[in-house]
Design a binder for this molecule. Structure first.
Ligand code: GLC
Length: 508
């Protein structure tokens, strides 16, 4: 094991709690369900779980609309359930990261209920209220995500508009108000004091809006550009948050959802090693399955983050986007090759529940659509057993199962040592066993068209990774013993110089 904070070498497993495991048969996953599956996660070998929001919420955005930052929604359990989960996770050697939603609360949060009650309420300024434009319309042209209408909603009671970058049920907090900052810091302390190991920070690049609230260009792409925000003010808020986190023992980590589609800009949010510890970097997630495109993304990441000594993160799937297996043409071969790449790139690895089963998105019929943002497919329940109802006892789960749920269930894949589930376990173990794969430098190597090749080196330890992005065999001049092959051939033997279609290998 190499030195440094635990999160540098970590494999973090994202749990979308509604869809992971249901302990009480109501068709919605819960905290107790997660606790019951810790043995399985420990078997897989993950170092940490990140749990998407389980706080009190009216669920307009399935928990990303928080009505009490310091309590558990009854749908998911109780604070006691949470404490039990943390202590058992820790006993299994698994850290716990919770999802902090600082940009906006629910419109049912007591703060917003007060804020909207009158113009002179002490909490009025905790949210962003403005008079109508001269024509009575919204104060500016900003667009809210999901419904794709104005980001402003008019409130009859007080005759003003409030801002919401997302749904009208998600009013934006005013991070220019010191009382808001203090109250939100208190919510961090609440969970830190309960022993959490860190936070994933929702849309954290946007918490402070530009002071003039001026019109911007770009309509629907607004979420990913920074023109509505005030980056210097955001950086200042992040420095204060970092100071708070670092005042606790045990390397508590922040990982920002910096939804900005430029790796150079993402790098800024690490500050001078005094802002975020880690940030998601989404351009690679949006890259197609193409060797050249990936080579370019890796090169950008190494260069831009390297410039400021920021530690990279890698992620292919999450609860907001179609699963990568589905994006890459529903191909098991590609999903396996992608896993080899994901777990050998330089940085902290983020997995999304079910990718280790090779799940595709569910096909959700119109009458079962529930998310206004169109993200139901990737949020389908995890199939635990081969037979229906796949470990989801009682009520029908809140969303339909993904395709081939029985064949891709945990039970079925556990019994098959050649399965993608065993491949993930194998890859996580390989990462943990190699200093080079953890903190070694990454160097891109020359490779034929359609093949990505790189080397990871730390002192005496070296690994070569070869990924065939094509459906054709490819020959490549590389030497070493095959540690892992995505299709399980030739392991322990010298590399033959030939990659099978869709094959990826780690050589030592
Ligand atoms: C983030 C979350 C997404 C949520 C949005 C609003 O992008 O990942 O699920 O809908 O923020 O909170």
């Amino acid at each position: 094991m190499t030195n440094g904070p635990w999160w540098k070498n970590a494999v973090v497993y994202q749990i979308y709690p509604r869809s992971f495991a249901d302990s009480n048969g109501d068709g919605v996953g819960d905290l107790e369900g997660i606790r019951q599956r810790l043995d399985h996660l420990a078997w897989l070998g993950v170092d940490a779980i990140w749990i998407s929001p389980f706080f009190k919420s009216p669920m307009a955005d399935f928990g990303y609309d928080v009505s009490d930052y310091c309590d558990v929604d009854p749908l998911f359990g109780t604070l006691d359930d949470f404490d039990a989960l943390v202590s058992e996770a820790h006993a299994h050697g698994i850290k716990v990261i919770v999802d902090w939603v600082p940009n906006h609360s629910s419109d049912q949060h007591a703060w917003f209920v007060e804020s909207r009650s009158s113009r002179d309420n002490p909490k009025r300024d905790w949210y962003i209220w403005r008079d109508p434009a001269p024509d009575g319309g919204p104060p500016n042209n900003w667009i809210g995500a999901f419904l794709e209408g104005s980001a402003w909603t008019f409130d009859e009671t007080t005759g003003q508009y409030y801002l919401h970058l997302f749904l009208p049920e998600q009013p934006d907090l005013n991070w220019r108000n010191p009382d808001v900052i203090e109250a939100m810091h208190d919510t961090l302390r609440f969970w830190l004091d309960r022993g959490v190991d860190g936070f994933r920070m929702d849309v954290v690049m946007g918490i402070v809006k530009r002071a003039d609230l001026a019109d911007v260009e770009g309509g629907l792409v607004q979420m990913a550009d920074e023109s509505r925000y005030d980056p210097p003010a955001v950086h200042e808020r992040l420095r204060a948050i970092r100071t708070l986190l670092d005042s606790y023992p045990g390397d508590r980590v922040s990982v920002g959802e910096v939804f900005v589609l430029s790796t150079a800009r993402v790098a800024e949010y690490y500050g001078n090693n005094d802002e975020l510890h880690l940030s998601f970097n989404f351009p690679p997630l949006f890259a197609p399955w193409d060797a050249d495109k990936w080579r370019h993304r890796i090169e950008r990441t190494e260069t831009e983050l390297g410039r400021v000594s920021a530690w990279p993160t890698w992620v292919l799937s999450n609860h907001d986007n179609a699963r990568h297996r589905t994006r890459y043409g529903s191909s098991e071969g590609r999903a396996r090759a992608a896993a080899v790449m994901l777990l050998t790139l330089r940085g902290t690895t983020f997995l999304y529940e079910g990718e280790e089963l090779g799940l595709d998105d569910a096909i959700v019929p119109a009458e079962r659509v529930v998310d206004p943002g169109g993200r139901d497919g990737c949020r389908a329940p995890i199939p635990w057993t081969a037979d229906a109802p796949h470990g989801w006892n009682g009520a029908e789960p809140w969303l339909p199962f993904p395709p081939a749920a029985g064949d891709r269930s945990v039970e079925t894949l556990l019994a098959d040592e050649a399965s993608i589930l065993h491949l993930y376990r194998h890859l996580i173990a390989a990462k943990h066993a190699s200093a080079a794969l953890q903190t070694g430098d990454l160097t891109l190597l020359a490779a034929p068209d359609g093949v990505l090749a790189y080397e990871r080196v730390l002192d005496e330890d070296a690994r070569t990774v070869l990924v065939n992005f094509t459906g054709e065999p490819q020959s490549i001049d590389a030497q070493g013993i095959v540690d892992v092959s995505s299709i399980g051939t030739g392991e322990g033997e010298p590399f033959s110089g030939l990659l099978a279609p869709d094959e990826a290998v780690i050589l030592s």
